[in-house]
Design a protein around this ligand. Structure first.
Ligand SMILES: [Zn+2]
Length: 129
C-alpha cells in the first residue's frame, strides 16, 4: 500500500486539521440544505413513474425533477462518505494513488476523493465510455 510521504511541520498539520474541521462544518450544512431541497423535489414529483407512456411536458419536467433529486441523493452520499473519511482519518488522502490531496483542492471541492492528477485520469476514463 502506498503511504503519503508526510514531511510537514506540526504547525502545518494543525492548520490542516483546522481546515478539515471547517470543511466538515460546511459539509454538514451542505447536507442539510440538500436534504431539505430533496424533500421538496420528491414531494413535487411524488406521482412520477405511474404514467410511463405519457410523454407530455409534465412528465418531461418530472424527469428533470427526478434527475435533480438523484443528483442531490448522490451528493448527500458523497458528503456522508466524506464525513466518514474525516472520522477515520483518511480524508484528504487520494483514493487512487494514496498521496495527499492539496488543502486548496479540498476547500474548492469538499467531496474530492482524488488528487487533481487522478481525478483528471478518472474523468478521462469516464469520457471515453
Ligand atoms: Zn492521486
Amino acid at each position: 500500500m502506498l503511504m503519503p510521504t508526510v514531511s510537514k511541520s506540526a504547525g502545518q498539520r494543525k492548520l490542516r486539521q483546522q481546515v478539515v474541521e471547517e470543511i466538515r462544518a460546511k459539509l454538514l450544512k451542505d447536507r442539510a440544505e440538500l436534504a431539505n431541497g430533496r424533500g421538496g423535489i420528491m414531494d413535487a414529483g411524488g406521482d412520477f413513474g405511474k404514467d410511463l407512456g405519457d410523454h407530455s411536458v409534465v412528465s418531461l419536467s418530472q424527469d428533470l425533477l427526478f434527475q435533480k433529486a438523484q443528483t442531490a441523493t448522490e451528493q448527500i452520499r458523497a458528503i456522508d462518505e466524506t464525513i466518514a473519511r474525516i472520522d477515520d482519518g483518511t480524508f484528504g488522502i487520494c483514493a487512487e494513488c494514496g498521496g495527499p490531496i492539496p488543502v486548496k483542492r479540498l476547500q474548492a471541492v469538499r467531496t474530492a476523493q482524488c488528487c487533481c492528477e487522478c481525478q483528471g485520469r478518472r474523468e478521462g476514463l469516464a469520457r471515453r465510455r
